[in-house]
Design a protein around this ligand. Structure first.
Ligand code: DOR
Length: 443
C-alpha cells in the first residue's frame, strides 16, 4: 500500500511545548513540521478551527482475539480505535488461549498484522511457571501480572513467584492490583454478593490498596520499572507518589467519571474490576492526573455483550467498552474546564510513549510516525449504543451528549477515519520499543 502525502494547514497543533497554529506535512508515514511552502501533496486539508494532536496510545485494551471474538475482535476493536482517535493499542493477555508464551505472542502479532486498522502491541502474561517465556519475550511492551483475578484465569498472587518475576525479568511490568485474599474474604462475608452494589464492597478500597502497596514494594526492592494499571482509590495515590521515578500509574475514564452512586442508574453496566469507588475517589484521581502523579489515561476497554452484562449479579461479567469514546470524554472535560487540553494530550499520547519506551510516537515531532488526529473541540454528539463500532454495541455513556470529537484519524499517514467513514483496508504496524528498556520515568 503506498502512503499518500497529506498537507494539513491552519490547524492548532498541540506540540510538546505548547499550542501553535502551524502547517504539517504527512509524508512517507512521518510527520514534517512547517514544510517548504512549495511542498506538493495528494491531499490538502484546511483545518481552520480544528486542533491537531498526536494519535492516542491506549495501553490497556481487551480485544478478545483469539478465542472470545463474539465480544470483540482485532478488526472491530481497532476500528473503534480509529473512530476514537486511538492510533495505537496494547492488548492484554487474557484471551483464549492466554498470551503467556512467545509463540502465542507472535501468533497474535501476525493476527493483528492482518486485521488491525491501527498500530498494535501485546503484553505477555505472567503465570506461576512461565518465567523463561517472560525472559525471552522481546516483541512486547512488557509483562502483565494479574495480582488479583479478573476476567479469565490468569492469576499470580504467590509471593515467591512474584519475587522471581520482579527479580529475574527485564521487561517493564504492569499489574492489575486487587488483593485476591481480601476479595475472597469479602465475597465469603457477603455470600458471594446479591446486588451489583456488592461488587464495590467485595472488590473494596482495601483490596486495591493492599495489592498496589505489595506491587510497589516488589518493584522498589528489585528496582524494576513498574506501572500500576487502573488506579481506583485516593489511598493508592500517595503510595505511587512516594515511588515516583520507578513507578508510573494509569487512570481510566470510568474511574474518573463513575462512582457507586451510578449503580442505581446503570447497574451491572458499570461493574468493573477494579470496582468503581466513591465520589471522593473520583476527585482524588482527577487531582493526581492533573498534577502528574498519574502519567497515563487508558481505557481497560473490556467488551462483553449486553446480554452477558445484563445477567443477574454475580453472573454478570466485569468490564465495559470505551475505546471509541475515551478521547471525546476527556475533550468534553476540557470543555468543562476540568483539565487542560495539553494535559490530556500528555496523558493519552506522550505519557504512554514514555512509560513503554515506544519509538517515534506520542508527540507532534519532526520525523515521528504520522499518527495524528484532527479534533473538533466544538463538535457535540450524543453517544448512542446503535452507533458504537465495538462489536458489543453498547456504551455506559449511551444518551450522553459529549462536546469534543476526533474528526479525522491518520495512522502512519493513512486516513483511516473521516467524519463517520472508515477506510477498512488500512493496516497498522507492530509498535517498536527502545532497546535500552526498561527506562525510569524522568521529568
Ligand atoms: O473489569 C475488568 N474486565 N477488568 C479487567 O481488568 C479485565 C476486564 C476483562 O477482560 O473483562
Amino acid at each position: 500500500m503506498t502512503t499518500p502525502t497529506t498537507l494539513i494547514k491552519n490547524a492548532l497543533c498541540v506540540f510538546p511545548d505548547g499550542i501553535r497554529q502551524d502547517t504539517i506535512l504527512l509524508k512517507d508515514g512521518k510527520i514534517h513540521i512547517a514544510p517548504p511552502s512549495t511542498s506538493a501533496a495528494d491531499r490538502v486539508i484546511d483545518a481552520t478551527g480544528l486542533h491537531l494532536i498526536p494519535g492516542v496510545i491506549d495501553d490497556q485494551v481487551h480485544f478478545r482475539d483469539p478465542g472470545l471474538t463474539h465480544k470483540e475482535d482485532l478488526h472491530t476493536g481497532s476500528k473503534a480505535c480509529a473512530k476514537g482517535g486511538v492510533t495505537t493499542f496494547f492488548d492484554m493477555p487474557n484471551t483464549e488461549p492466554t498470551t503467556t508464551t512467545c509463540d502465542r505472542l507472535e501468533k497474535k502479532l501476525d493476527l493483528a498484522a492482518g486485521k488491525s486498522m491501527v498500530n498494535f502491541g501485546f503484553f505477555i502474561g505472567a503465570t506461576l511457571d512461565n518465567i523463561y517465556e517472560l525472559q525471552d519475550a522481546e516483541r512486547t511492551p512488557g509483562i502483565k501480572i494479574f495480582i488479583g483475578s479478573s476476567t479469565g484465569n490468569l492469576l499470580v498472587d504467590d509471593q515467591e513467584a512474584l519475587e522471581q518475576i520482579f527479580a529475574e525479568t527485564k521487561l517493564p511490568i504492569c499489574a492489575h492490583c486487587e488483593d485476591e485474599e481480601t476479595v475472597q474474604k469479602n465475597k465469603t462475608k457477603r455470600n458471594g454478593g446479591r446486588e451489583v452494589e456488592d461488587h464495590s464492597s467485595i472488590r473494596d478500597h482495601q483490596a486495591a490498596i493492599v495489592a498496589t502497596r505489595r506491587s510497589i514494594d516488589l518493584a522498589t526492592r528489585h528496582k524494576h520499572a513498574f506501572h500500576v494499571l487502573h488506579v481506583s482509590t485516593a489511598e493508592e495515590i500517595p503510595l505511587i507518589k512516594a515511588a515516583k521515578g520507578l513507578v508510573t500509574a494509569e487512570v481510566c475514564p470510568h474511574h474518573l467519571f463513575f462512582n457507586v452512586d451510578d449503580y442505581r442508574r446503570l447497574g451491572s453496566l458499570v461493574q468493573m474490576n477494579p470496582s468503581i469507588k466513591d465520589a471522593s475517589d473520583n476527585q482524588a484521581l482527577w487531582n493526581a492526573l492533573i498534577d502528574g502523579t498519574i502519567q497515563v489515561i487508558a481505557t481497560d476497554h473490556a467488551p462483553h455483550t449486553l446480554e452477558e452484562k445484563l445477567r443477574p449479579y454475580p453472573l454478570s461479567p466485569s468490564g465495559m467498552p470505551s475505546v471509541e469514546n475515551s478521547l471525546a470524554l476527556m475533550l468534553d472535560a476540557v470543555n468543562h474546564g476540568k483539565i487542560t487540553l495539553e494535559r490530556v494530550v500528555e496523558a493519552m499520547c506522550a505519557g504512554p510513549a514514555k512509560v513503554w519506551n515506544i519509538i517515534g510516537k506520542g508527540s507532534l515531532k519532526e520525523g515521528y510516525d504520522a499518527d495524528v488526529v484532527l479534533v473538533d473541540l466544538n463538535k457535540s454528539q450524543k453517544i448512542l449504543n446503535a452507533e458504537q463500532v465495538t462489536k458489543c454495541n453498547w456504551s455506559p455513556w449511551h444518551g450522553d451528549t459529549i462536546k469534543g470529537w476526533a474528526v479525522k484519524t491518520f495512522v502512519n499517514g493513512h486516513l483511516v477515519f473521516e467524519d463517520g467513514k472508515f477506510d477498512e483496508t488500512v493496516r497498522g504496524k507492530e509498535v517498536q520499543f527502545n532497546p535500552e528498556r526498561p527506562g525510569y520515568w524522568k521529568n
